[in-house]
Design a protein around this ligand. Structure first.
Ligand SMILES: CC(C)(COP(=O)(O)OP(=O)(O)OC[C@H]1O[C@@H](n2cnc3c(N)ncnc32)[C@H](O)[C@@H]1OP(=O)(O)O)[C@@H](O)C(=O)NCCC(=O)NCCS
Length: 218
């Protein structure tokens, strides 16, 4: 049977957007759907600007007047920017698939709940009874333990280890190579510094760094 082909574009033409274009290309295994990558949308880079993977097709206004079905992936590291952009999309032609990179393992795919618009980069591992909301990024080699619950718009950088039973709220940025110990919670709007170890529940927005992770007072 011939695989269905769908148009897809990436919102965000920066480094992460270009990486996501590579991810889409690596996913082209002939399985359905096959993604036909048509280019980037970006509000800060001029229409027609080209990188090695494609052209900038326009901005949010262009997207809102797109007149045929198009899948969009937000490839933007800032959780608040992703949330804000999604709130501006007003076009029934647009949908937001989950992008699951090559080598990602679902320990029990029948026992995972997952929303829409998530990027799960290559070689992630998702254990059993995990809940993942919408528009999260797991930027490669991320491990998510059993019974973890992850909200919306979180950006989880490469090689993070989210242990079993962890609860993560919304709009958190978790720096590269961080570890969240089992059954700890992270509320909303936090930044966890690179290589930090979260050993206590984090209840307040803020920036937390180190091992153990402590709040940075600016
Ligand atoms: C936490 C972070 C956001 C803070 O950035 P910032 O607001 O610019 O803060 P500064 O660099 O001024 O650092 C402030 C203090 O925190 C310390 N600090 C910053 N990041 C730290 C980290 N990850 N671990 C331990 N200490 C850290 C600094 O040494 C500095 O300490 P000092 O005041 O005693 O000198 C940033 O350092 C970070 O870790 N970002 C994550 C990067 C990442 O994962 N990117 C993704 C790559 S794929």
């Amino acid at each position: 049977m011939k695989a269905e082909v769908k148009d897809i574009a990436i919102y965000g033409a920066g480094g992460f957007g270009r990486e996501t274009a590579c991810l889409l290309r690596m996913m082209d295994t002939g399985m359905s759907p096959r993604w036909n990558f048509i280019g980037f949308f970006d509000d800060g880079i001029t229409f027609g600007t080209e990188n090695e993977y494609g052209k900038v097709l326009g901005n949010i206004d262009t997207l809102n007047s797109w007149n045929k079905p198009l899948a969009i992936v937000f490839a933007i590291g800032s959780p608040k920017t992703v949330e804000s952009l999604y709130s501006k999309v007003a076009n029934a032609n647009i949908d937001f698939p989950n992008i699951i990179g090559p080598g990602t393992i679902f320990v029990d795919k029948d026992n995972v709940k997952i929303g829409k618009g998530n990027i799960i980069g290559g070689r992630c591992s998702i254990s059993c009874n995990v809940e993942i909301g919408n528009f999260n990024t797991f930027n490669g080699n991320v491990i998510i333990g059993h019974d973890a619950i992850i909200g919306n718009y979180n950006s989880i950088m490469p090689s993070c280890n989210i242990s079993g039973g962890v609860m993560i709220g919304n709009r958190n940025f978790i720096g590269v190579n961080s570890v969240i110990l089992q059954y700890k919670t992270i509320a909303d709007d936090c930044v966890i510094g690179a290589s930090s170890v979260v050993m206590r529940n984090i209840k307040q927005p803020g920036t937390y760094v180190g091992n153990p992770a402590n709040k940075l007072e600016f």
